[in-house]
Design a protein around this ligand. Structure first.
Ligand code: FAD
Length: 455
């Protein structure tokens, strides 16, 4: 029987990062992957969607080039765009493979099933591990809607396989994935309708960010119906109920973006005594340990926060603990991004959440339209908002809707992790002209000392 110190089950951004770190810590490590290294993130999630969205952004820039005094003909070839996505994904996957191998991790291709809390079988081969890290990820939920199993009804997985942009699409679900695809196809000229069951899109995000995004979606011709429950899907039509009335949304394609469920069935977890939640997520401590000593779980299959960078951080925590150290996962400073145009990024508490917790806050904000660099790149919509503790000035959260918001949010994450005060952020010189100045300006605004904010 093969023997390892650590065996990681699943090679997504949780699993492969965990395997490399365990090897860096001197452990003998195996990584079992049944499909493609990189998991959902690299093959069916973060990376392919952003490759497509980047082409959409270029197309949008070309269409609006005249505003910048540049003449350009605007055409696109979706098949070529899809091909580029595959090329980028393949190259990155090759990179992950060489990192894994370079770290000395043994890569085992096949489906792993737990035989016991210290043994995983891949086919006929039993592999013994002192520690096991479960990192099997998640898959799209297909809700029990009449007609949901027809070929023109997609999950994010199958939608990414298209080599032609649909002329019209109904997107069920106004969360992050739904809105990124809405932006993508709308930019390429499709008629897009978003149906969201809850009272708002992007539930849980800052209310002012949602208001701006609603305006942006409307202006770009995307129809959004909130409080809309889908009843049935027929060819070219989605029937839904809103305000007690039945209505129809037309679309040649349909995307179901209604959440993801854990890949924990058939893994032998229950037989090994590992506790699962009622929804099938692996129950974990802050150490990423399960109820069985030596068995850890990380990433989407734990149902904590379904983001790639969270999976990776959980993977690092689990690897250190599997190596005998004592690390804990903290969930209070997690940046979250939406790659719409403009982008959205947030970290920490919203103003609403702070108030619900009874925390006295001071808030500062700064509009994109008053920022020089935003004017240069041609964006008027958006703002940055900082939530700070009234008594101490500690930064509790930031919410940005602006160009490059996703690249800027890391600054606030670092500030929060270092327990910086808003005054310290004010005293940090930001380069000019950059969009990042909106963060510094919002910091000054917390104390009413913003120079460039119009009255
Ligand atoms: P996964 O990435 O799902 O990897 C799990 C791996 O385990 C898979 O490779 C699977 O084949 C393997 N596996 C499962 N069972 C077994 C078994 N029995 N034996 C062997 N191998 C097994 N997150 C972000 O942070 N930013 C984004 O921009 C973003 N965009 C997204 C866009 C879309 C369309 C989607 C669907 C998701 C997006 N996400 C994004 C979420 C992100 O992809 C996931 O949070 C992340 O991939 C979770 O990582 P993981 O390692 O837990 O699981």
């Amino acid at each position: 029987m093969k023997q390892f110190d650590v065996v990681v089950l699943g090679g997504g951004p949780g699993g492969y990062v965990s395997a490399i770190r365990a090897a860096q810590l001197g452990k003998k490590v195996a990584l079992i992957e049944k499909s493609k290294l990189g998991g959902t993130c690299l093959n069916r999630g973060c990376i392919p969607t952003k490759v497509l969205l980047h082409s959409a952004e270029i197309y949008h820039t070309v269409l609006h080039a005249a505003e910048f005094g540049v003449e350009a003909a605007g055409n696109y070839d979706y098949a070529k765009i899809a091909q580029r996505k595959d090329t980028v994904v393949t190259r990155l996957r090759g990179g992950v493979k060489s990192l894994v191998k370079g770290a000395g991790v043994e890569l085992i291709t096949g489906e792993g099933v737990l035989q016991a809390a210290d043994t995983i079988c891949v086919g006929d081969e039993a592999i013994h591990a002192k520690s096991i890290i479960i990192a099997t990820g998640s898959e799209p939920i297909v809700p029990p809607i009449l007609g949901a199993n027809q070929p023109f009804v997609h999950t994010s997985d199958s939608l990414l396989e298209l080599t032609r942009c649909p002329q019209s699409i109904v997107i069920v679900g106004g969360g992050v994935i739904g809105l990124e695809f809405a932006t993508l196809f709308s930019t390429f000229g499709a008629q897009v309708t978003v149906l969201e069951m809850l009272p708002t899109i992007l539930t849980g995000m800052d209310g002012d960010v949602i208001t701006v995004m609603n305006g942006v979606l409307k202006k770009s011709g995307i129809t959004v119906h909130t409080g809309a429950t889908v009843l049935e899907i027929r060819e070219g039509q989605v029937l839904y109920a809103k305000d007690g009335q039945e209505a129809v949304a037309a679309g040649e394609a349909v995307l179901l973006a209604t959440g993801r469920k854990p890949c924990t069935k058939g893994l032998g977890l229950e037989q090994a005594g590992i506790q699962l939640s009622s929804k099938g997520f692996v129950v974990v401590e802050e150490t990423m340990g399960t109820n069985i000593p030596g068995v850890f779980a990380i990433g989407d299959c734990t149902g904590k926060v379904q983001l790639a960078h969270v999976a990776s951080e959980q993977g690092l925590v689990a690897a250190h603990n599997a190596a005998g150290q004592n690390k804990r996962m903290h969930y209070d400073v997690i940046p979250a991004c939406v790659y719409t145009t403009p982008e959205i990024a947030s970290v920490g508490m919203t103003e609403q959440a702070a108030k619900e917790k009874g925390i006295a806050v001071k808030v500062g904000s700064f509009p994109v339209m008053s920022n020089g660099k935003s004017m240069i790149v041609g964006e008027k919509n958006g703002f940055a908002k900082l939530i700070t503790a009234r008594d101490t000035g500690e930064i509790l959260g930031a919410h940005i809707i602006s160009p490059r918001a996703t690249d800027m949010i890391g600054e606030i994450a670092v500030a929060m992790r270092g327990e910086m005060t808003v005054e310290e952020l004010c005293d940090t010189i930001h380069p000019h002209p950059t969009i990042s100045e909106i963060l510094m300006e919002a910091a000054h605004d917390v104390n009413g000392l913003c120079i460039h904010k119009p009255k």
